[in-house]
Design a protein around this ligand. Sequence first.
Ligand SMILES: Nc1ncnc2c1ncn2[C@@H]1O[C@H](COP(=O)(O)OP(=O)(O)OP(=O)(O)O)[C@@H](O)[C@H]1O
Ligand SMILES: [Mg+2]
Length: 379
Amino acid sequence: MTFAARMTMFQQEASPMPDDTRETAVSLSGIGKTFGDTTALEPVTLDIKKGEFFSLLGPSGCGKTTLLRIIGGFEHPTSGALQIGGQSVIGRPPFERRTNMVFQHGALFPHLTVAQNIAFGLEMKKTPRDVITRKVGEALELVRLQDFGDRKIDQLSGGQRQRIAMARALVNDPEVLLLDEPLGALDLRLRLQMQDELRRLHKEIGGTFIFVTHDQGEAISMSDRIAVMSRGRIQQVGSPREVYERPVNRFVAEFMGHSNFYEGTVETKAADGLGDVNLHGRMFPCRIPPAFDVGSKVFVALRYERVEVQPLGDLCAGLEGTLIDEAYLGPTLQRTVDLGPLGKIIADSANNGREAPLGIGARVCVRWTVDSPTVLSAI
Ligand SMILES: Nc1ncnc2c1ncn2[C@@H]1O[C@H](COP(=O)(O)OP(=O)(O)OP(=O)(O)O)[C@@H](O)[C@H]1O
Ligand SMILES: [Mg+2]
């Protein structure tokens, strides 16, 4: 293994440590939920820190909304304990919790004005009129819609409605803001703009945000930590870098980005964890996690963007193959190479505007650094 490859590996391990000294905002202990025969949520044990931007990420039906609704008090868990700000809230209704929720399908009152929508919760709590006026003004300023108080909801664009839904939650000064896919219905450009707005709001308010999304890129760019969920179960919790670089299982590896997958057996393993995985007779240099020994059956995941494809020269310090597809995807170029008995491998490279097509049928050299593959349990 080259010195450069080792250095890359050490740099990747030096990811920032989570700030564990912060107080816990939301503490879940064995929180689960079944609806009749359906298990919507397997028991979850998890602490979310004060001031954290925490995302629940997973495909449709994996239990994200169910978990958020349990935290907000809109759903009773079938099992477990739940504390918010150090106090048990099991059995407490939503309005007795220091949480506010922005719902997946933004439930604004269409017959009320923007200001009346935002004021609704405060009026329910019999807040004095002058305080309501001031707070509604502040909330509108936070979402940068200060001149929209008198508009009707149907006179707003989709993005403006989402911002009003956020203002309506923020006006109650929640310690924990629960956001259920608040950007789900927006087009890409507006979505990116609203992501910036949300990041700014989080900084300005300094509260705890629990954010639901099924968009990996969104979760990665917004969050301090992400819980990746599938089929009612949290598969992995970690910083965006941890879940992307070190997925703990095949689901997370597949869900976060795009990877090539191969099945093989650990052939060698040195004391420092470096070794080879035997894939159909070809040796794949990898970092072998402590859980695996020589003879272990494993999956090897290799991200598209970690694979380099070059025209085959005199020396190929990798695997030789034949280019079978070359796709132009705008910002990236995607190449598919046939590696013989090993199957295909896909490589993405940034489109720098200087690379000429290699041409289908070209003989190529396929390479990656030894720390790039992730070795996962085959079961
Ligand atoms: N009230 C309910 N009664 C019965 N089953 C339910 C109920 N609410 C949710 N479920 C089921 O629980 C599972 C999790 O649903 P949930 O709404 O939490 O998923 P989700 O991750 O938010 O999905 P989406 O991304 O589509 O919003 C699903 O299988 C769903 O059908
Ligand atoms: Mg949902």
